[in-house]
Design a protein around this ligand. Structure first.
Ligand code: SF4
Length: 435
């Protein structure tokens, strides 16, 4: 198990707005340009040294920086713009930093890899360089298993495109919509539901697309009271771009709630700067859903990122995808969810892995998910037990799954089973039901 030393590496840094990447303005948006980083302009120079004993390393991020970026000082390392510009996207670089298997090499070299391969130096520092079965590594490094096709898999399993009344908008539920504000992520997850869309920056120009038709649709539909801004990762947008988008949404009178879905506090915690939180706190009620996968992501850096968001009054919830061989055991999930509460993040959803193309190696049987929820419910704080859901293929929306706690009925009594498997009777007169 990877251990982190106490103390945060980010104190004293206050990154400024990032310079524009290669993205240009959104034409006719009325909001001005949204900008974010694209691929690095140049590859970092680093010193290749023999891999040290990874398991004895006191601080993966610090030892990783010292080993592979010895000329990069701490302040620079903790600048989110630097992390984005130096994302690892090149197999040559990666092979100098971790020991790659033949399978990983072949998968990275395949041009069809969806989503593309990219991760921040920070997140790579958390990956075990010597163990291909390392849970974090499996979530971000491609494998040839992605090329297998299994029954029920689809590029758009949730049929989001069928519920899209305007580009980059999904309207599935009566009172809320999903706004896909960017196709860019700092780090791509191999099981991403939107693998078909993310990572096309610079090719299809997804993040440069005009969002105005989507915003106009929200404006014209007073039944919409809640917008989830997702993508891609909206917190890869520059501060000014994000503020423009949030301003535009907040001007829509019937919109009560704005939510942002992001993985930035986990893969790019440096992004959560004081200047970002000063912006976000202007748009309450604004909720943040953070994508966590494993307790090893609960680092001092991520702790500070969550603390900054929570201190700004932003309610924090987590979303976790249940992944075979990554987090599908009780000890891992309990440790993750209890740790999230310590970080002031309420575990919100545990998702059954969506059947995107080439994801069978990540999927667990649904019965396993139910067993895990049963192993948590009653055995730990209720706040630490998320809702286990399947996002129904074909656009059925989220369906909650619960272990069975009603054992039956005898006359006017309901027979209930508690978390220990013991049975209890509760008065529930049938006559009362008829009234
Ligand atoms: S951060 Fe979210 S949108 Fe980006 S690749 Fe991961 S799951 Fe997909």
């Amino acid at each position: 198990m990877l251990q982190r030393v106490d103390g945060c590496l980010m104190e004293g840094t206050e990154p400024e707005e990032p310079p524009s990447g290669r993205c240009g303005p959104i034409p006719n948006s009325g909001m001005g340009p949204l900008t974010l980083f694209d691929q690095p302009d140049h590859q970092p120079s680093f010193t290749r040294q023999p891999l040290s004993d990874w398991s004895s390393s006191p601080s993966p991020a610090e030892s990783f920086r010292a080993t592979f970026f010895p000329r990069v000082d701490l302040k620079t390392w903790n600048d989110w713009r630097w992390q984005l510009k130096h994302r690892i996207t090149d197999i040559g670089l990666l092979a100098g930093m971790i020991s790659l298997t033949a399978d990983e090499k072949a998968a990275i070299l395949r041009s069809k890899s969806r989503p593309p391969f990219a991760l921040t130096p920070y997140y790579l520092s958390l990956v075990n360089p010597l163990d291909p079965s390392d849970p974090l590594r499996r979530t971000v490094l491609p494998s040839l298993a992605e090329e297998a096709r299994s029954p029920g898999e689809a590029a758009d399993p949730l049929a989001e495109e069928e519920d899209s009344p305007a580009p980059h908008l999904v309207h599935r539920y009566p009172d809320r919509v999903l706004l896909l504000a960017t196709g860019f992520c700092s780090t791509y997850c191999r099981y991403c539901t939107r693998s078909r869309l993310v990572g096309r920056a610079g090719a299809a120009g997804f993040e440069q697309t005009d969002l105005e038709p989507a915003l106009a649709y929200i404006e014209a539909n007073p039944t919409i009271r809640d917008v989830l801004i997702s993508g891609g990762d909206p917190l890869t947008l520059a501060d000014k771009s994000l503020a423009l988008l949030l301003d535009r949404l907040r001007r829509i009178k019937h919109l009560e709630l704005i939510r942002i879905g992001t993985k930035a506090p986990v893969v790019l915690p440096q992004r959560i700067t004081p200047s970002l939180t000063r912006i976000l706190r202007r748009y309450h009620p604004l909720f943040i859903s953070i994508h966590f996968t494993h307790p090893r992501e609960l680092t001092p850096e991520t702790h500070q990122a969550c603390a900054r968001l929570a201190d700004a009054g932003l309610p924090l919830g987590s979303q976790t995808v249940l992944l075979a061989g990554v987090n599908d055991n009780l000890e891992t999930l309990r440790s993750l969810f209890q740790g999230l509460l310590r970080f002031r993040v309420r575990p919100y959803y545990l998702y059954q892995c969506d059947p995107i193309l080439g994801s069978a190696h990540f999927r667990t049987p649904v019965s396993r998910g139910l067993e895990l929820i049963q192993g948590l419910r009653g055995h730990t704080t209720g706040y630490a037990v998320p809702s286990y859901v399947i996002d129904a293929p074909g656009g059925g929306g989220k369906i909650p799954l619960q272990p069975e706690y009603v054992a039956g009925r005898q006359g006017d009594e309901l027979i209930l089973r508690n978390y220990q498997g013991r049975e209890f009777r509760y008065p529930d007169p049938l006559a009362a039901r008829a009234n």
